[in-house]
Ligand binder design. Structure first.
Ligand SMILES: [Zn+2]
Ligand SMILES: [Zn+2]
Length: 171
């Protein structure tokens, strides 16, 4: 069981569809009502604000993780991550890296603020091209809910209830 919701076999799900833009472009031409594509941009920050991740578009997956490492990383009951393509995330500020070996053997690289200690991003070498952004860093109550709950049965505090629907419960 991995604490990261996507196995490498699913990585193709995040490869951009290069035809999409052209489809939009020609669809717009055909209807003579071309529109600018709207792109949501969100910014996650550390506590002091010097380290940030500006994310374009919607995350392709949002997950919570109840593993013990996520508890220790956050000091809280579970981790909360929004996964984006690396190319859709602009990181600004100074980050210190901490690397640990994940349950499935991959190397998890956490990037945190050396000033305030908050983790803003993490990635795993078995999932190239994607990055998780600490979803709490957006500090946005309207942020979309998770669709995956990892270590849901085995390591979730018994008083924690994740009410998002639909919710894939793993482990
Ligand atoms: Zn900071
Ligand atoms: Zn975890």
């Amino acid at each position: 069981m991995s604490c990261h919701p996507d196995e490498a076999s699913n990585a193709s799900a995040v490869v951009p569809n290069h035809n999409l833009w052209y489809e939009w472009f020609f669809f717009g031409l055909a209807n003579e009502t071309p529109q600018e594509p709207t792109m949501t941009t969100r910014r996650a920050e550390c506590q002091c604000g010097q380290l940030s991740a500006t994310c374009s578009g919607e995350p392709y997956r949002i997950s919570v993780c109840h593993c013990l490492a996520c508890k220790r990383k956050t000091g809280s009951a579970f981790g909360f991550g929004a996964w984006f393509r690396q190319s859709d995330v602009l990181t600004e500020g100074n980050a210190t890296e901490f690397v640990r070996v994940g349950d499935d053997g991959g190397h998890v690289t956490n990037r945190f603020c050396p000033n305030c200690g908050a983790t803003v991003l993490w990635s795993i070498d078995t999932l190239p091209g994607v990055v998780a952004v600490s979803a709490g860093g957006f500090a946005d109550l309207a942020f979309p809910p998770p669709s995956v709950s990892v270590y849901h049965q085995s390591r979730r505090y018994p008083w924690v209830e994740i009410r998002a629907e639909p919710l894939e419960k793993r482990g």
